[in-house]
Design a protein around this ligand. Structure first.
Ligand code: MLC
Ligand code: AMP
Length: 504
């Protein structure tokens, strides 16, 4: 029996000396070397008892070895579970407790904090640092560079990616081999990736965008990547001349436009710029074209669905829209109350069906049922309209979600923590326009009678409990929260009130 993802993405590169990764320090990792590295790591997994279907939880910095660990999980039939490096040990404890991995891999700096957490879950812990060193690497070095690939079918799980929910509890989205491969195939075709492509890769590899959209597409197209540890403007400017294409979140584009070195000449050789994970302002799209002559290709997706829509490669890339459904993806726009499909041009919630849509939430059958219609459509919670030419435009969110610099923040999770702080009666967390991150997190807090609000004390109280990017950048006190007749906090009114927080 074949291994669906390994056979398509990795096996064809066996023995291929072609560069796969260009690194910041000038080193190059060939496809062949990458495959050998991942095979060695696959041996380590198996030798430690990681069986097909077991989870491998990974919170490590971006490196070729970290990407090889993903490849090793595919080859060994394990389920890759990447975690944002910004998550605190308290957050990681939840994921590890929920997913029950056989193995946890973390940075040496996190070893002490995560050892008891791994132990409690019955998992082994190995380390891997940003420079590729650690106990995992040491063990891998002594292993064979060939590994007999474990068979995996289309419906077998390849990865879990945790996404938060409106209740504040994270859910493990289960992604199958078919989900990932079908989407990679669609994107290679839609965006015309081939073996001549060199993708400038500065995204993190613990999310759909940087891992599946970017890496799977390049592996399938047999291209190469300039694999930078993170987005640093000087490195982007330095490496752009060697790239053919780039994928980014909107913050990448606003930061590039803010730099006078980012010129038409610097980008004249580029084939493609894509944007996603958060709304790209139409004004950024227009300013980008004015500066470079390129029109950014905006697409739309979700952890649960991979990529769903894309602007066309050849036709008009329309600013402020996310284009059309990918060829194998069905979409419809539905009235959230009546569940009827809305007439063309009207606003409703987007629903999606296709081989790209995940299998469900790990051990949460009820949550899974709630978010799927009986006919298999997944309810995205994104509020959209489709214009007369068929372009999908995202006009809002039916879910209470903030997207900051491409990272999702669920207000409920932050509110629960703020409400525990001394002197806080209740809180509401909102996203308001932010010049760098698109949306910035603001907390509006009602102090208890007799208490006064001290912004710093509250921030100190939540530090270490949730990732830094989720923490409010400002906290304001109000006497009471605006509520509607049903008693529900009116977040829109709060957003209007604090809209100027980060402006000017
Ligand atoms: C960092 N910080 C953020 C932040 N990133 N705050 C809010 N939102 C963010 N996204 C905070 C840090 O905690 C720190 O706070 C300060 O900003 C500087 O940290 P940094 O590490 O220097 O940040 P920087 O390198 O500037 O990172 C910004 C960024 C990064 C935009 C480059 O966040 C990024 O790479 N985002 C991409 C996210 C992504 O890949 N999303 C895809 C999801 S998949 P302090 O106070 O300590 O200084 C998905 C599906 C789909 O959504 O459709 O693609
Ligand atoms: P995540 O759960 O991290 O996968 O985030 C998915 C969410 O990001 C979607 O439900 C959308 O709300 C948002 N998103 C992704 N791409 C875009 C885009 N191009 N424009 C607007 N929102 C987007």
């Amino acid at each position: 029996m074949p291994n669906v993802l390994y056979d398509a993405l990795l096996a064809p590169h066996q023995g291929n000396p072609k560069p796969f990764l260009y690194l910041k320090d000038g080193a190059v990792v060939s496809y062949d070397a990458f495959l050998k590295l991942s095979a060695r790591i696959a041996h380590v997994l198996r030798d430690h008892g990681v069986k097909p279907g077991d989870r491998v939880a990974v919170q490590v910095k971006k490196s070729p070895q970290a990407l090889a660990l993903y490849a090793a999980c595919i080859q060994a039939g394990a389920i890759f579970l990447p975690l944002n490096t910004a998550y605190t040990p308290t957050e990681v404890e939840y994921f590890v407790g929920n997913a029950e991995p056989g193995l946890v891999v973390c940075d040496e700096a996190a070893r002490e904090a995560l050892t008891p957490i791994a132990k409690k879950a019955g998992a082994l812990l190995l380390t891997l640092d940003g420079d590729g060193k650690g106990t995992l690497a040491d063990e891998a070095a002594a292993r064979d560079e060939r590994f007999e690939t474990v068979p995996r079918g289309e419906d077998d799980l390849a990865a879990f990616l945790y996404t938060s929910g409106t209740t504040g509890r994270s859910k493990g989205a289960m992604l199958t081999h078919r989900n990932l491969l079908s989407n990679a195939r669609s994107l290679v075709e839609a965006w015309r990736f081939d073996e001549n492509d060199v993708l400038l890769h500065a995204l993190p590899i613990f999310h759909t965008h940087g891992l599946f959209v970017a890496c799977n597409v390049i592996l399938l197209a047999q291209g190469s990547m300039i694999f930078l540890p993170s987005f640093q403007i000087d490195e982007m400017i330095e490496w752009l001349p060697k790239a053919t294409s780039m994928m980014g979140v909107p913050t990448f584009y606003t930061r590039l436009l803010d730099d006078p070195r980012f010129t038409r000449q610097l980008t004249s050789h580029m084939r493609l710029f894509t944007s996603g994970s958060a709304p790209l302002l139409a004004e950024t799209h227009v300013a980008f074209e004015k500066r470079t002559g390129h029109r950014i290709l905006e697409r739309y997706g979700m952890t649960e669905t991979n990529m769903t829509t894309s602007n066309p490669y050849d036709g008009e890339r329309r600013a402020g829209t996310v284009g059309f459904a990918l060829p194998d993806v069905e979409i419809r726009v539905v009235d959230p109350e009546t569940r009827e499909i809305v007439p063309g041009g009207e606003i409703g919630v987007l629903e999606v069906r296709g081989p790209n849509v995940f299998k469900g939430y790990w051990r949460m059958p009820e949550k899974t049922r709630e978010e799927f219609r009986e006919d298999g459509f997944f309810i995205t919670g994104d509020v959209v309209t489709i214009d007369k030419d068929g372009y999908v435009q995202i006009v809002g969110r039916a879910k209470d979600l903030i997207i900051s610099g491409g990272y999702n923040i669920y207000p409920k999770e932050v509110e629960l923590l703020l409400d525990e702080q001394e002197g806080v009666l209740e809180s509401a967390v909102i996203g308001v326009p932010h010049p760098d991150f698109g949306e910035g997190v603001v907390a509006v807090v009602v102090p208890k009678k007799g208490s006064t609000l001290d912004e710093q004390t509250i921030l100190d109280g939540i530090r270490g409990k949730i990732a830094r990017f989720k923490q409010p950048k400002r906290i304001f006190a109000v006497d009471e929260l605006p509520r509607n007749a049903m008693g529900k906090v009116q977040k829109k009114a709060l957003r209007d009130l604090f809209v100027g927080t980060f402006q000017g």
